[in-house]
Design a protein around this ligand. Structure first.
Ligand code: AGP
Length: 613
């Protein structure tokens, strides 16, 4: 959840570290810090850190903060509040070691007690500080051995980078459950927890695997297992456009990423649709028709919005392929000792590919012999590497904490998967072709929803005034409502609760009055009449309504202006309408947050990828 960046080379480290940290701020933004090793054989270690944003750190940095080796960090607090002392880097008692760390040390309390018993004065509340002391107190000769020795005492997850004033020619990094990438430059090297921090300098990278360490010097890198036996890691050249990591003329990444959805949709569909046979081609799945036909159940796992879109996807699979399918929060899954079935296809969904709960669920399934495919955006990420096959989303880099374009591509990847599963079973060629045509129309229709922004912005400003809101939908519309509520609460900080429309009168209707608006999803489908009936029940109790619907839907004689607003959205095939409606919900959330003056890309308490349990 935190961001790590490191540099060793021929340039001054601090400007590069600050630039990298600025690009990692979406990963954690309650405090920031840097450490550099000054020139000389036994370089002097200097640390500057403070709570607040990277720009606050930059403003207070002493002018002379020279050094060509350094590490930096943006924090998302886990142990102890966001303050200057708890900010990383953390140092040992002698001030020789600096550590930046992403992850959680589960046995930190025991190690803190042990260190305190040995007379070490711990200055922060963090788990990370114990690592700095363990490394500093190690008698091992090399920095690699000191780090490995310290890591052997640690239970938990980490991505970390270590500086030592007695070893000024190197940064030692390690990974276990939190991402760590090495970037290879020309007589200079970078380390980072996210490609975003180094993509402006190099696109030649090497990924560490869990349980590995690496020594990074100006000349290159060497990777080891934790017993310090060497392991070969080959660097690869990534095809990435550095400008994709800039907001450009947009006032926020979220807005930019919402507007990119038609293109992202085209990319995930490109080359994967088969008009003739009304199906899809998904080479990355690496499964033959015979294996697809043998699947008896589909289980989708993801967290947050990825879970909600997973629920939409499970619905698609059941509807098109008639295979029992459901979605579950990956964060809960492995704690109930799930039954792993050989004829179930497990689908892990993740933008970042680093969400620890999803990754651990994948590992648990594979440990028990299950087959997992990944719907993942970040190429080469941990989940993508852990799965047996998958569908890359090609959404492009997503920086805003609120996921938009990645979600849309997840939905479309599910549609492609469901289509293929359906066409090797009972789905007719006519229905397959109908859906292929629907998918082909989608990118343009997403653009049409985005063009409704002014109308949705006005409605959002009204919704933003309410302290509490409902988002309701039925069957296909219910996960859409869940995602709408999630997006709304995430960035507007309003209490937004999703319900099945059918469940309202079993309890929540008690809360409806003029101060509690409901955003209702009422597509033109087999449930329209039922949905419209519920709208009348809400309106009869004075509840304001925003109805996301289609022009063919007759809402009856609901009270006019002021209390009921309808927005007619473009109509696709009924199975594919959920994603069209989701775009309208993104715009409502975005404009509510804007009206409330919030920092759209960095909502309070959240971070882009959740790499701690
Ligand atoms: C989405 O708006 C959220 N920020 C969050 O729920 C996110 O979808 C979730 O943390 C999963 O992330 P992932 O897709 O990177 O695994």
């Amino acid at each position: 959840m935190c961001g790590i960046v490191g540099y060793i080379g021929t340039q001054q480290a601090v400007p590069l570290l600050l630039e990298g940290l600025g690009r990692l701020e979406h990963r954690g933004y309650d405090s920031a810090g840097v450490a550099v090793l000054g020139p000389g054989k036994e370089g002097r270690l200097r640390v500057a850190k403070r709570s607040g944003r990277v720009r606050d750190l930059a403003e207070q940095l002493p002018k002379r903060f020279a050094g060509k080796v350094g590490v930096g960090h943006t924090r998302w607090a886990t142990h102890g509040p966001a303050n200057d002392v708890n900010a990383h880097p953390h140092t040992d008692a002698g001030g020789a070691v600096a550590v930046v760390h992403n992850g959680i040390i589960d046995n930190a309390a025991a190690l803190r007690a042990e260190l305190a018993g040995a007379g070490v004065e711990l200055v922060s509340d963090t788990d990370t500080e114990v690592l700095a002391h363990l490394i500093g107190r190690s008698d091992a000769e090399t920095l690699e051995a000191k780090v490995a020795e310290a890591l052997a005492r640690i239970e938990g997850t980490y991505g970390l980078a270590v500086l030592h004033s007695a070893h000024p020619d190197r940064i030692v990094v390690a990974r276990n459950g939190s991402p760590l990438i090495i970037g290879i430059g020309d007589h200079e090297m970078f380390v980072a927890s996210d490609l975003a921090a180094l993509v402006r300098y190099t696109t030649r990278v090497a990924h560490l695997d869990d349980g590995e360490l690496a020594t990074v010097t100006t000349a290159g890198f060497t990777t080891y297992r934790q017993d310090l036996s060497q392991v070969a890691r080959i660097a690869t050249d990534l095809e990435v456009d550095a400008s994709a990591y800039d907001a450009g003329e947009h006032e926020s990444f979220m807005r930019k990423e919402m507007l990119e959805q038609p293109e992202a949709a085209e990319r995930v569909l490109r080359g994967r649709l088969d008009e003739r046979f009304g199906t899809s081609h998904l080479g990355g799945l690496d499964m033959e028709a015979r294996e697809l036909r043998a699947i008896r159940r589909v289980k989708v796992l993801g967290c947050g919005s990825a879970y909600y879109v997973g629920q939409m996807g499970a619905g698609l699979v059941e509807e098109l392929a008639r295979i029992p399918a459901d979605a579950e929060a990956a964060s809960e899954f492995r704690y109930r000792n799930p039954i792993i079935e050989p004829d179930t296809l497990y689908v892990a969904v993740s933008q970042s590919g680093e969400t620890i709960d999803t990754l651990l669920a994948v590992q648990e399934i594979r440990r028990k012999g299950g087959r997992v495919v990944g719907l993942v955006n970040v190429v080469g990420s941990a989940i993508a590497r852990e799965c047996d096959g998958g569908i890359y989303l090609h959404a492009g880099p997503e920086v805003a904490v609120a996921s938009t374009k990645a979600l849309t591509t997840m939905y479309l990847a599910f549609a492609l998967l469901a289509l293929q599963l359906g066409r090797v079973r009972d789905l007719s060629i006519a229905d397959g072709r109908r859906l292929v045509a629907g998918l082909q129309r989608l990118p343009e229709q997403l653009g049409e929803v985005l063009a409704l922004e002014p109308v949705l912005a006005e409605l959002a400003a009204g919704l933003a005034e309410a302290e509490s809101l409902f988002f309701v939908g039925r069957v296909r519309g219910y996960p859409v409502a869940r995602e709408g509520a999630q997006k709304f609460k995430e960035i507007s900080y309003r209490h937004a609760e999703a319900y099945q429309t059918s469940e309202l009168k079993h309890g929540p209707l008690a809360l409806i009055d003029a101060s509690v608006p409901t955003v209702a999803i009422v597509p033109d489908d087999e449930l329209t009449d039922r949905n419209v009936g519920a709208l009348h029940e809400i309106a009869a109790r004075g509840g304001p309504l925003v109805v996301l619907t289609h022009d063919a839907v007759d809402l009856g004689d609901l009270p006019a202006q002021g209390q009921v607003h309808r927005v007619d959205l473009p109509r696709n095939e009924r199975e594919l309408d959920p994603i069209v409606i989701t775009i309208a919900l993104q715009l409502l959330a975005y404009h509510a947050a804007l009206a409330l003056g919030h920092d759209i890309d960095k909502p309070r308490n959240l971070a882009k990828s959740v790499t701690v349990e």
